[in-house]
Design a protein around this ligand. Structure first.
Ligand SMILES: [Zn+2]
Length: 281
């Protein structure tokens, strides 16, 4: 991540959670029927309080309100969610995933996650540890964020709350994704943190079918940017996720946790349509 969709959305958004995007989302959220969710909902975060206006960079106050909502939910580790899927258990559970490994996650999200003992996963691109987060095809605007340091990662991992997932070493585009990219990341994490990466997420959320056999031998799960929840019988190498964005009003965030994800899908369709007719991006 960022996904093509999320990245493009970032480029044309310079508004807050009260702008036109937010208004559309608020209307969509009101149309949501209150059907309970089942199975695993994997939320996608990137940056928290990074100070940019990127769609993938949430103000810390927004994230804090989301954590308050999540306290009443069943937030579980990615391993627990996968255990349940393998056992055919439909219990609703929310998994918090942070893509790339920005250091603002440590500064601004970690204090809240630690206080409430919430498990979470950082899908780490190891080439950017303690370095500027810039890679080929990155859609981020303005000053690059910095990557988490090994010390910050170690503190979070040692708490037992943080799972470190594999997000390749160099955050390469799909065409350049190789087994070596997977193994460089795994080796760095093992050497510096003493843990093995058991879960993978594709850069930009784009599945690479030719790499699937290699993923299956290395990881318990692989996740994508495809919107959806995961129930028993889900393909563990194609877990779906739900993105969280800067202009999501609180009601729209709540709609990510319940129901059939109708507002989320409708909004994604609207963004695609707007781009198709050249209204944004
Ligand atoms: Zn990424």
């Amino acid at each position: 991540m960022p996904m093509p969709d999320g990245g493009a959305a970032a480029s044309d958004s310079h508004e807050s959670a009260s702008g036109p995007r937010a208004s559309v989302k608020a209307v969509l959220a009101r149309l949501q029927r209150a059907t309970p969710a089942t199975g695993a909902t994997l939320l996608i975060y990137h940056r928290i309080g990074g100070g940019t206006r990127d769609e993938l960079d949430l103000p810390t106050a927004s994230f804090a309100r989301q954590v308050d909502v999540l306290r009443d939910r069943n937030v579980v580790s990615l391993d627990t969610a996968v255990d349940r899927l393998e056992a055919g258990d439909r219990t609703p559970g929310v998994v918090l995933t942070f893509d790339d490994g920005f250091d603002d996650v440590y500064r601004n999200a970690w204090p809240l996650l630690e206080r409430h003992a919430m498990p979470f996963t950082v899908y780490l691109a190891t080439a950017y540890v303690a370095a500027p987060m810039r890679w080929e095809g990155s859609t981020a605007k303005g000053t690059a964020g910095r990557g988490l340091s090994w010390d910050q990662l170690a503190e979070m991992v040692d708490s037992g709350l943080c799972t470190v997932g594999n997000h390749t070493h160099n955050h390469v585009p799909p065409a350049e994704l190789t087994e070596q990219e997977l193994d460089l990341c795994t080796a760095a994490v093992e050497q510096r943190l003493g843990v093995t990466t058991r879960h993978f997420t594709y850069p930009w959320g784009i599945p690479v079918p030719r790499l699937e056999p290699a993923l299956r031998t290395r990881f318990r799960s692989a996740s994508t940017g495809e919107i959806g929840r995961n129930g028993p019988g889900a393909d563990l190498m194609h877990l779906r996720r739900v993105p969280v964005r800067r202009t999501d009003p609180d009601s729209f965030f709540a709609a990510k946790l319940d129901g059939a994800l109708g507002p989320e899908r409708t909004y994604a369709g609207l963004v695609r349509s707007a781009k198709a007719v050249g209204l944004s991006g």
